[in-house]
Design a protein around this ligand. Structure first.
Ligand code: SF4
Length: 169
């Protein structure tokens, strides 16, 4: 199974708690003004990688707490990323997914798209919503603008409302 990526960072400490491998998915339809990663917009850009190659990088590094899926828009490649997330969780690591969709938009999408539902449910945390330049706050941990929420996915699904992660600030 293949993924189209803008890049992969093998070790990061700024994309969620602990040491993390970060996959920047290629392709984003949103085009937010002030987006930090406009080179990730073109869905035909970036490079193709085998999901197994990414998994091998995770397996090789016992210090990784987990992976972070960023973009671009990870949910535009939900099938391949859900497969990756499932394998990563089987290795005992966690999954954080950044998305330009709001939590409410994702729940709606998940009703129509099984792959979106799967990636949503396989994410331990979702950082939701587009980057909004007017709401930029450089003091916020792990996100760019104050509209973005760090959502505890299992807790939110269990109680039917957004539960902010304890490290969500
Ligand atoms: S959703 Fe994210 S990657 Fe896409 S344009 Fe907005 S800020 Fe950039």
């Amino acid at each position: 199974m293949q993924l189209r990526v803008a890049g992969i960072i093998k070790e990061s400490v700024v994309d969620g708690p602990g040491l993390r491998l970060v996959v920047f998915a290629q392709g984003c339809p949103r085009r937010c003004p002030g987006c930090h990663n406009p080179h990730t917009w073109d869905p035909a850009g970036g490079t193709l990688v085998e999901v197994e190659e990414v998994l091998a990088m995770v397996r090789k590094n016992p210090l990784l707490k987990g992976i972070t899926l960023s973009g671009g828009e990870p949910f535009a490649q939900a099938g391949a990323l859900a497969y990756l997330a499932r394998q990563v969780r089987a290795l005992g690591r966690d999954v954080i997914t950044y998305t330009g969709y709001t939590w409410e938009e994702l729940l709606e999408l998940a009703r129509r798209d099984g792959a979106v539902k799967e990636l949503l449910e396989l994410s331990d945390y979702i950082v939701d919503g587009p980057y909004i330049q007017e709401k930029r706050d450089p003091e916020l941990p792990f996100r760019g603008s104050s509209n973005q929420r760090i959502i505890d996915v299992p807790a939110s699904l269990a109680c039917g409302r957004v539960v902010i992660a304890s490290w969500g600030g």
